[in-house]
Design a binder for this molecule. Structure first.
Ligand code: ATP
Length: 307
């Protein structure tokens, strides 16, 4: 059994009639970067707020290192809220030192940590500026510094990459990877699926307050619907239209992209392709994270339409 990190265990939450979370369950292990993805309103922010303790759950439990999270454990969480939370009129350096002190650091450690993180995140030159005078991207770098300045043992970041330029994305990615390499469980939400695919050890896809799919990128991709690319230069439109369990997704010149339903026979497809003439290529294509995300979200729409 891997060492327990941050565990979100069957958390449910309603806002009046709106069910925001329904037994949301996942864990982020020490040293792991976990990507939390889902459409708008799926419940990511609500989950993170509950993990941090700024919102209470109706049911379920949040644990860290095997024990329920307490007020004391929460001091060791580095949190980047979606609505951000810096004091606009306070100077960057003063603000970070103040936050580090609030988390229990000595004045000297707080100052040293502020210097280290502002250097690292490329905002050292702005330490004497008020936060509101910084560009949005630089405010976000400071916001990350605020999540890191007390050297947290858990990192929970709500859309830390939104609005960042590519250089800042690289800096943020590096810092998160380093923190994970130090043994910190790191969870962040994002709509930038290419980034999530590239960075994360594991990914959870949420839909309507539930965890729908979870695993490494390759596990998720292997579990998605099988797609085929067939290059048959003499085939006309419609050559695969009536094959059982086969959906034609599109055609680009002589190349047809197909999706196979569970249990559909790919040998039927190759025979049908060969019946049109030569076949130059017949390949299985693994779905991207974006494809998987879409299919999770689209299934939902089908279910809703059928309900
Ligand atoms: N304070 C609130 N009062 C009422 N409903 C709320 C409140 N906060 C969130 N909700 C509802 O709870 C559900 C989950 O919202 P949440 O903000 O957690 O989603 P999200 O996955 O973070 O979305 P996004 O990607 O848009 O940030 C939504 O239906 C939302 O409208």
């Amino acid at each position: 059994m891997p060492e327990p990190g941050l565990e979100i265990d069957a958390i449910s939450k309603r806002y009046g009639k709106v069910v925001a979370l329904e037994k949301m369950t996942f864990d982020v292990r020490p040293g792991e970067l976990f990507g939390f993805v889902g459409s708008n309103g799926a419940g990511k922010t609500t989950t993170m707020r509950i993990a941090l303790g700024v919102l209470s759950a109706d049911a379920g439990e949040v644990r860290f290192a095997g024990s329920p999270i307490t007020h004391e454990t929460r001091r060791h969480i580095g949190y980047m809220p979606e609505e951000r939370g810096l004091y606009p009129k306070m100077k960057v350096g003063e603000q970070l030192t103040y936050l580090a002190r609030l988390h229990g650091m000595t004045a000297a450690d707080a100052k040293a940590s502020t210097e280290r993180w502002t250097e690292r995140l490329g905002v050292a030159g702005r330490r004497d500026d008020e936060v509101e005078k910084l560009s949005l991207g630089n405010q976000q770098r400071v916001q990350l510094a605020a999540a890191l300045v007390h050297e947290p043992r858990i990192l929970v970041l709500d859309e830390p990459f939104s609005g960042l330029d590519p250089v800042a994305v690289d800096v943020m990615s590096k810092v998160l990877k380093e923190k994970a390499a130090d043994g910190v469980p790191v969870v962040f939400s994002s709509h930038q699926l290419d980034l999530v695919e590239r960075l994360c050890d594991r990914i959870g896809i949420v839909r309507s307050g539930r965890m729908e799919a979870m695993g490494t990128v390759s596990q998720l991709r292997a579990g998605g619907a099988v797609r085929l690319l067939v290059d048959a230069p003499q085939s006309g439109d419609g050559w695969a239209a009536n094959l059982p369990g086969v959906t034609v997704l599109g055609r680009d010149g002589a190349v047809t992209e197909l999706e196979l339903a569970d249990g559909a026979d790919d040998q039927l497809v190759i025979r049908a392709a060969l019946a049109t003439g030569p076949v130059r290529e017949f390949t299985r294509k693994l779905p991207s994270l974006t494809d998987l995300f879409r299919s999770v979200v689209t299934e939902h729409h089908h279910e809703e339409a059928a309900a």
